[in-house]
Design a protein around this ligand. Structure first.
Ligand SMILES: [Fe+2]
Ligand SMILES: [Fe+2]
Length: 208
C-alpha cells in the first residue's frame, strides 16, 4: 500500500472504532478476567447500577454509563499501585473508545491521575464511587442489613461519624456534588435507588 493509502486505512479504522460501543457482556467478561475478588465484583455491579439509574434520570445513554461504571476499577485487584493507569493501558490495547477510557481514568482525579472529570458522566462516576461504599457499609449495620428499606437519613448520620467507614473519602463526594450542583441528600437517594435494583447481586437485600 502507498503511504496515503495506509493513512486513509488508519483514519477509517479509527472512525469505525470510535463508533463501536463495547457491550455490557464484553465489559463484564473483561472485568472477570482481571478480577477474582467477590467484593470488587460486587462494587463494580453496584457502581454500574447507580450509573444506570443516574443516566436514566438525566436522559443520558444508560448502556454507556453502565458499562463505564462496571469497568471503572478494572485494574484495581492486580495493579493497585498503578490504579487507573493500568486500566488505560488495557482498554487502549483492546481498542475501547477514548471517551470510555477517559471516563474510567478520571474517576481517580487527584488521587491517582490528573485527568479532571469534565462530562456529566465523568462527574457522576467520580462522585458516586465513594458514596456507594458508604451506602453499602451503612446498610450492613442496619437491623435489616438491606438497602431496600433504607433512607438517605441513615447514611447522613453515618456521614457525620468520621470513624465509620473511615476509608470512604467524604471530601471527594462533597467536591463531586459541588461539581454537579446537586444536594448531598438527593445524591444519597440516587445511590440508594440505583443499588436497590441489584440488591440481591451485591449482597444487600438483607432480610427484606
Ligand atoms: Fe477506583
Ligand atoms: Fe470504585
Amino acid at each position: 500500500m502507498r503511504s496515503e493509502e495506509i493513512e486513509e486505512f488508519h483514519y477509517i479504522r479509527e472512525k469505525i472504532m470510535a463508533e463501536v460501543k463495547p457491550s455490557r457482556e464484553e465489559a463484564f467478561s473483561l472485568l472477570k478476567e482481571y478480577n477474582k475478588n467477590e467484593g470488587l465484583i460486587k462494587h463494580a455491579l453496584a457502581v454500574e447500577a447507580v450509573m444506570r439509574y443516574c443516566a436514566r434520570k438525566r436522559g443520558q445513554d444508560e448502556e454507556k454509563w453502565g458499562v463505564v461504571g462496571l469497568i471503572h476499577d478494572l485494574d484495581y485487584e492486580q495493579f493497585p499501585e498503578q490504579h487507573c493507569k493500568k486500566s488505560e493501558e488495557i482498554l487502549t490495547e483492546r481498542n475501547w473508545p477514548s471517551e470510555y477510557i477517559r471516563a474510567v481514568v478520571s474517576h481517580g482525579w487527584e488521587i491517582c491521575t490528573d485527568v479532571e472529570p469534565q462530562s456529566e458522566l465523568e462527574k457522576v462516576l467520580y462522585t458516586i464511587d465513594e458514596l456507594v461504599g458508604l451506602v453499602g457499609a451503612t446498610a450492613l449495620v442496619r437491623p435489616s442489613k438491606s438497602v431496600l428499606d433504607m433512607k438517605a437519613k441513615s447514611v447522613k448520620k453515618k456521614w457525620k461519624d468520621k470513624a465509620f467507614a473511615a476509608g470512604v473519602n467524604r471530601d471527594v463526594i462533597t467536591k463531586g456534588a459541588e461539581m454537579l450542583g446537586i444536594e448531598l441528600n438527593e445524591l444519597i437517594s440516587d445511590v440508594i435507588m440505583g443499588m436497590r435494583e441489584v440488591a440481591d447481586e451485591i449482597g444487600l437485600k438483607g432480610n427484606c
